[in-house]
Design a protein around this ligand. Structure first.
Ligand SMILES: [Zn+2]
Length: 451
């Protein structure tokens, strides 16, 4: 799941350029299509050389899945509009300027004014987003049988997220605002340069210290399964990755796994829901995919893209902010970009720019996911398990197998499941005597029957 990194990166960058919770309001209420892997118990173990006759059909989505998909699109549209409208309202109605005047009265010194403003602003956003967050993250998944989370855990996670936002904003918000004061024409470039090591640091810190605030990360509970995972990892040339089992069943019934971190913090994380619902062969298919991300350096590639996208976005924001401030000075009560009251304007414009960039970023993500699928097939040679994992996913997670073009362009970080199932069915160069694309990364490319 290469794009996990990008969202985290964007979160921290949003804190740096002063949006705190802002971009969050565009993404979390309606989660991006998270990695889709999956389950099932009763299917027989696939033969070592799956034959074309063992094709897996793309399942028809249930009526419930169709409803989930369609109502999800409406929710996404509402959340996207709300995520832009809220900061726009706070800025253009002068609320932000009044909040700044209040902060000036209390804080007196520049840095304290910034921290007081940004804390209050984050709390306002949190409160304004709470009903939609509750509906999208708690009520709706329960209504569709996708969640077993109790309301206390949901609130606990929300409050931890809020606390992290306030802390990150208090620590970082002064950087772009200082640059806006002292380097009026180049602040966007300097902010970008400073954001790169921060982005890198966050990608190191996040999997080790942030993720465990929300769930328990432990070793795999089944030693036989862990041995199987380690053997597969060894064949992928990965002998230094940590493998974790995380108790996501307290939050969701959905199935997932991901690879995250850089260098020694690299880790493969398996949700316990996935372990429970998959056969060993299917789990290997999922892990083959995840190891593909790892071996093919998808985390780095995702970070590079995030960095490049951020530079372009900051420049665009720079151009738009001055233009808007000039035109709406009187109404907003904000004359200068270095005034902390410009924060919701930055958030609004950054949100619009992100929306425009989203299709390109997601297209790249889908490309990486497709290559990870290819790697998974090349290391396991198990077309059948690969296809059944994705097929059952349609049933278990109410995933919609063949979404429309707009959905794919703006929301799909992974290729549509119907395409992935067909690729799992059809991609077997080793049966045709053709070379594999990634054989140089794979030791023992002809797995024995005892896999
Ligand atoms: Zn993936």
């Amino acid at each position: 799941m290469a794009f996990r990194m990008t969202f985290i990166a964007m979160f921290i960058i949003s804190s740096i350029i002063g949006m705190g919770w802002g971009l969050g309001s565009l993404t979390p209420p309606v989660r991006a299509q998270t990695p889709r892997f999956s389950m099932s118990t009763t299917l027989p173990q696939a033969p070592a050389r799956a034959l074309p006759s063992a094709r897996v059909r793309v399942p028809e989505p249930s009526a419930l899945a169709v409803r989930y998909h369609e109502s999800g699109n409406v929710l996404w549209a509402i959340a996207t509009i709300w995520g832009l409208a809220l900061p726009a309202m706070l800025f253009f109605t002068g609320v932000s300027a009044r909040l700044r005047t209040w902060a000036v009265g209390i804080g007196r010194r520049w840095y304290f004014i910034l921290v007081i403003y940004v804390t209050a602003f984050t709390l306002v956003l949190f409160a304004a987003n709470l009903p939609l967050d509750f509906y999208a993250d708690f009520w709706r998944p329960h209504a569709y049988g996708l969640s077993s989370q109790d309301v206390g855990k949901w609130l606990h996670d929300e409050l931890i997220g809020l606390a992290l936002s306030v802390i990150a904003a208090a620590l970082l918000i002064w950087i772009p605002y200082l640059l806006l004061k002292v380097a009026r024409e180049r602040w966007w470039l300097y902010t970008w340069i400073i954001s790169l090591p921060v982005l890198f640091a966050v990608s190191v810190i996040e999997p080790i210290w942030i993720e465990p605030l929300f769930n328990d990360f432990g070793r795999m509970k089944d030693p036989a399964l862990e041995a199987r995972v380690l053997a597969l990892a060894h064949r992928a040339g990965i002998d230094d990755a940590s493998i974790f089992q995380v108790n996501k069943s307290v939050d969701t019934n959905e199935l997932n796994a991901y690879v995250t971190g850089i260098g020694s913090t690299k880790r493969i994380v398996l949700w316990d829901t996935l372990i429970k619902e998959t056969t060993p062969a299917e789990l290997s298919a999922v892990l083959g995919h995840e190891m593909g991300h790892y071996v093919l350096n998808h985390v780095w590639k995702g970070l590079l893209l995030a960095g490049a996208g951020l530079l372009a976005a900051l420049w665009l924001v720079h151009r738009c902010v001055d233009w808007t401030l000039h035109r709406h000075k009187a109404r907003s009560g904000v004359a200068n970009a270095s005034d902390i009251a410009s924060l919701p304007l930055f958030m609004f414009i950054f949100g619009m720019v992100s929306f425009v960039f989203q299709p390109a970023a997601l297209a790249y993500s889908r490309h990486l996911e497709h290559e990870a699928d290819r790697f998974g097939l090349e290391i396991t040679h198990d077309n059948h398990a690969c296809a059944t994992v994705f097929a059952k996913f349609v049933e278990h997670d109410l995933a919609y197998p063949s979404p429309g073009l707009l959905f794919v362009l703006w929301r799909s970080s992974h290729p549509p499941l119907a395409e992935r199932i067909e690729f799992c069915n059809d991609y077997h160069p080793w049966l045709e005597g053709k070379p594999q694309r990634y054989s140089r990364y794979i030791q023992d490319p002809q797995p024995g029957p005892s896999r």
